[in-house]
Design a protein around this ligand. Structure first.
Ligand code: EPZ
Length: 431
């Protein structure tokens, strides 16, 4: 088993470059299924979720080749099937995007119900409602979604919840439907806009992405082209929170500062300095952290995908903070692990009540999902002593070269294959 060993207490200092957005990449790659021709996708993060999706596309007959470490050519001209192997689809949540793309391409799709991080019920009823509105007959049989349409016809679809996945999935299918589709109460997340921009670059006609009504005029076919994925808002936020937690000073490069505004303003409330530049932000802290209250919300609100990392930071802020999770119904499973490190947190329904402690202590902990893993790393970096993290499979799904990037900022973090004691020369001095 692999473990990460973090020797806490060192401020993060220096520069880090943010990779392409995971949640864009995992939608843009399935979107390539709609394209006749070669899509060159740039700024693709090198993470396991991308590898899984490329393997799924290959199983459908697509070809891909890495032009460089973050540029991929995908050619879906000669797809041979609309059926996604069951065991591949259940590996990740984003496999649901294969349904929209395959219906758009073949008027039919057979894809297992998606897997992904487990934080409560994760229905796809709004996705399916969208496909039905576009004229598909959708059945759920033996864990597999089977959708068939004679032809896709545009429709007006009101989403009962603001759903990133449903918005993107309906956009994918509707790009090839006959007529003009409206998605109302659409998600406004940066990666929704990114997928719309990708599709438009390949010849689609989508307007309004980034607002709550998206208008999609169907086209007969999409052509090849080149597209660069936006920087990862959540990876950037994770480094901002890590810099603040360790009393560091980091220049976080290749970001879109507008996407980070909710995080920036909350960090400033906590007493952290944040300077914005054109495509970078500098985060530094010299004084004490102040408690604050946060509610996660769809974009432009505070992102749920930074909730665990923010709890890790607030666990060492002076005073009582309340963080309310309004997107997912059970995204506090990791809190038991942060408590092992000495955090004083109570969960009451959808809120975590955090009584800040003077310092966290290193401990053996387990990642319970992707962002929980990032939270535990932040806690470990800020803690006194050694933290040993297990279940790295979660973090590898979504962060590119995380420990190398942290090491370059001065963190003492290593990955080990066995249960050996850590080999930091100064462990005893700090522990
Ligand atoms: C996306 O998940 C992200 N995943 C998640 O990030 C993120 O937490 C989430 O959006 C919210 O921002 C990807 O982009 C791959 P939703 P998604 O549909 O699309 C309810 C990470 O850590 N809902 O916006 O699955 C649902 O239960 C991951 O990177 C329905 O009720 O989320 C939830 O309460 C984890 N019916 C809310 O909507 C539906 O049909 C938002 O879900 C769909 C969703």
């Amino acid at each position: 088993m692999e473990k990460m060993i973090v020797m806490g207490g060192k401020p993060l200092n220096g520069e880090v470059t943010i990779s392409g957005a995971k949640n864009s990449a995992v939608a843009v790659i399935p979107a390539a299924l709609l394209v006749d021709g070669v899509c060159r996708i740039e700024n693709v993060p090198n993470i396991n979720d991308v590898t899984v999706l490329l393997n799924i596309l290959a199983s459908l007959g697509a070809k891909h080749r890495y032009v460089s470490s973050d540029v991929i050519d995908i050619d879906c001209t000669n797809l041979k099937t609309h059926v996604v192997p069951y065991e591949m689809a259940v590996k990740m949540r984003a496999s649901s995007y294969l349904i929209g793309s395959l219906i758009g391409r073949f008027n039919k799709a057979e894809v297992a119900m998606p897997g992904g991080c487990n934080f409560g019920v994760r229905p796809i009823d709004q996705h399916l409602k969208g496909f039905v509105a576009l004229g598909a007959d959708v059945k759920l049989e033996h864990g597999v979604v089977n959708a068939v349409a004679e032809k896709l016809i545009a429709s007006s679809i009101y989403l009962d919840v603001v759903s990133v996945g449903a918005t993107i999935n309906i956009m994918l299918a509707a790009s090839k439907a006959e007529g003009v589709t409206h998605i109302e109460n659409a998600s406004k997340e940066p990666h929704v806009v990114d997928v719309a921009n990708f599709l438009n670059a390949m010849g689609a006609n989508i307007k309004g992405a980034g607002t709550d009504v998206i208008k999609i005029t169907g086209v007969r076919s999409l052509h090849g082209g080149t597209y660069s994925i936006i920087p990862d808002q959540i990876e950037a936020g994770t480094f901002m929170l890590a810099a603040a937690a360790t009393k560091g000073n980091c220049l976080i490069k290749n970001v879109i500062p507008k996407h980070l505004e909710a995080i920036t303003s909350k960090l400033i409330e906590m007493g952290v300095q944040v300077e914005e530049f054109e495509d970078s932000v500098r985060v530094s802290r010299t004084g004490e952290l102040k408690a604050t209250n946060i509610k996660t919300l769809p974009y432009p609100g505070y992102p749920t995908d930074l909730q665990p990392q923010t709890v890790a930071l607030l666990s060492i802020a002076k005073g009582v903070s309340v963080i309310t999770e309004s997107v997912w119904d059970n995204r506090f499973q990791y809190i038991d692990e942060v408590r092992r490190m000495g955090a004083d947190i109570k969960v009451d329904g959808r809120s975590a009540i955090i009584q800040g402690v003077h310092e966290l202590m290193g401990a053996p902990v387990k990642m319970t999902d992707l962002r929980a893993g990032a939270a535990l790393i932040i806690a470990g970096l800020a803690a006194n002593g050694v933290t040993e993290l297990a279940n790295l499979v979660h973090i590898d799904r979504g962060y590119e070269n995380l420990e190398q990037k942290l090491q370059a900022l001065g963190a003492q973090i290593v990955r080990k294959v066995c249960d050996d004691a850590p080999e930091f020369p100064d462990v005893k001095k700090h522990a």
